[in-house]
Design a binder for this molecule. Structure first.
Ligand SMILES: Cc1cc2nc3c(=O)[nH]c(=O)nc-3n(C[C@H](O)[C@H](O)[C@H](O)COP(=O)(O)OP(=O)(O)OC[C@H]3O[C@@H](n4cnc5c(N)ncnc54)[C@H](O)[C@@H]3O)c2cc1C
Length: 420
């Protein structure tokens, strides 16, 4: 019997396994796929470096040759470009001014192997059917092997099942986001023209001339570039399911992107992701926790997902280690985790909401001497342990002033998204 069972071997599950093994807590990661498997979410933010270093994974990131990401660039519909570089704001405890773009099938496999090397027991190709409970207390999981159901007991069960959210669904804790019901279509392209100079390897975000619509351009290798179109789900529905037409129509609606992709060749099938913003009524309970996407998912405009996944693992590990020290696995023991993760995710969420509320404000703030570094700090993923985030208050105040001033230049760009 393992002390902890972790459902899912994505970045959240593998990182958690790594922290627990380092602390001498036995753990089993049960993963339904057989790695390598494809996954969306290919561009990291710099805060992840701190976690990779702590679990001893940073050397692997370097030796495996993932593309270095030094910055980000946003392209307005009219062709104007705004850039940031991570080195403008050095981060405490991080000794490099870049992060990485990753082929997720390779990255996730390496991270899972790393967890195994540190001591996690890994089962791949094994599906967790449900979490087992005695009253309110999780006692283990039921898995299916060779057509038979087996019960695996543990002191703690952690749901790291990603957007599958096994526990959130089982306990009816999942709350779909009232504002963001986005849809994404993405694929890899060969020979997309990424330009020259350092920004060729940035993430590029292209604004589309439709509400809540944008495209990512992420370098995966020297030749391969990932491109994803994100719109409101209702906009995708209007395309009547013609994926390629939908994708190309939007890609060609931004002049910079249209030029970049014109001579590129698509090298894999389009993949789709839908219904992907939600929160949970609680993310910790007696004998259980949720980490990564299984706990919370916010719109990926700022590449926050893997960072939230690995930080949730770090914070969950801390409370699990404490629980073993005091031999108490109650919701009360795990509550500091819930508070900490929810507070950090809320900062991301507010940033994203204000961004979509008035997109030109974001480009205005990143060009402003007063706010640029504060925005950059958020884009680096520094959202945890912050009592105050003054730049979000300033964005909010600015938006309110635009709402009441009829002649403001930005007024026509206000979206109907509620401010609170
Ligand atoms: C359109 C889109 C774009 C994105 N772009 C970015 C980006 O650029 N940068 C970024 O950082 N993030 C991005 N993300 C988010 C990112 O994909 C996730 O936040 C990240 O993968 C979360 O990691 P995880 O470990 O929580 O979940 P996952 O990586 O999803 O891993 C969960 C694992 O659990 C397994 N599993 C599920 N159910 C079971 C079960 N019942 N039994 C056993 N195993 C199970 C799955 O097979 C999977 O391997 C994006 C997301 C979307 C939707």
């Amino acid at each position: 019997m393992s002390d902890v069972i972790i459902i899912g071997g994505g970045p959240a599950g593998s990182t958690l396994g790594s922290y627990l093994s380092k602390a001498g807590i036995t753990n089993t990661i049960i993963e339904s796929s057989i790695f390598p498997r494809d996954h969306v979410g290919e561009s990291l933010v710099t805060s992840t470096t701190r976690v990779f270093e702590e679990i001893g994974f940073l050397d692997t990131m370097e030796s495996e040759g993932f593309v270095h990401k030094y910055g980000a660039s946003w392209h307005a519909p009219a062709g104007k470009e705004f850039k940031i570089e991570f080195r403008e704001f050095p981060q405490e405890g991080i000794n490099q001014d870049y992060t990485y773009h990753v082929n997720r099938s390779k990255f996730d496999q390496l991270l899972l192997k790393h967890a195994e090397k540190l001591g996690s027991k890994i089962y791949q190709g094994v599906h967790v059917k449900q979490v087992m409970f005695d009253g309110n207390k999780a006692t283990g999981v039921q898995i299916e092997v060779g057509g038979k159901n087996l019960y695996l007991p543990s002191k703690v069960v952690v749901d790291a099942s990603g957007r599958g959210t096994i526990l959130g669904r089982q306990l009816n804790l999942k709350v779909n986001d009232p504002i963001f019901n986005q849809f994404a279509v993405h694929a890899w392209f060969k020979d997309l023209n990424r330009g020259t100079g350092p920004s060729a390897e940035y993430i590029h975000i292209y604004f589309l001339p439709i509400e809540q619509g944008w495209v990512w351009q992420i370098p995966i290798t020297e030749e391969i570039t990932s491109v994803g179109v994100v719109t409101k789900k209702e906009d995708f529905k209007k395309s009547k399911g013609n994926t390629e037409e939908f994708f190309m129509e939007h890609v060609h609606s931004n002049p910079d992107l249209s030029n970049a992709i014109s001579s590129a060749e698509r090298i894999n099938d389009f993949k789709m992701e839908g219904d992907y913003s939600y929160s949970m009524k609680q993310i910790a309970g007696d004998g259980f926790m949720m980490v990564g996407d299984a706990a919370r998912f916010v719109d990926p405009i700022f590449s926050s997902g893997v960072s939230i996944a690995v930080y949730s693992a770090k914070f969950a590990a801390r409370e699990i280690i404490h629980a073993f020290e005091i031999d108490n696995f109650s919701r009360e023991t795990f509550l500091p985790y819930e508070k900490k993760l929810m507070a950090g995710a809320k900062v991301w969420y507010e940033f994203i909401r204000l961004y979509y509320k008035l997109i030109p404000l974001f480009t205005h703030f990143i060009q402003s001497e007063e706010y640029r570094l504060q925005i950059l700090q958020l884009l680096q993923g520094e959202v945890f342990d912050r009592d105050e985030v003054p730049v979000l208050d300033s964005m909010r105040e600015y938006i309110k002033s635009v709402e009441v001033s009829e002649n403001h230049l930005f007024r026509k760009h206000l979206s109907p998204i509620p401010l609170d």
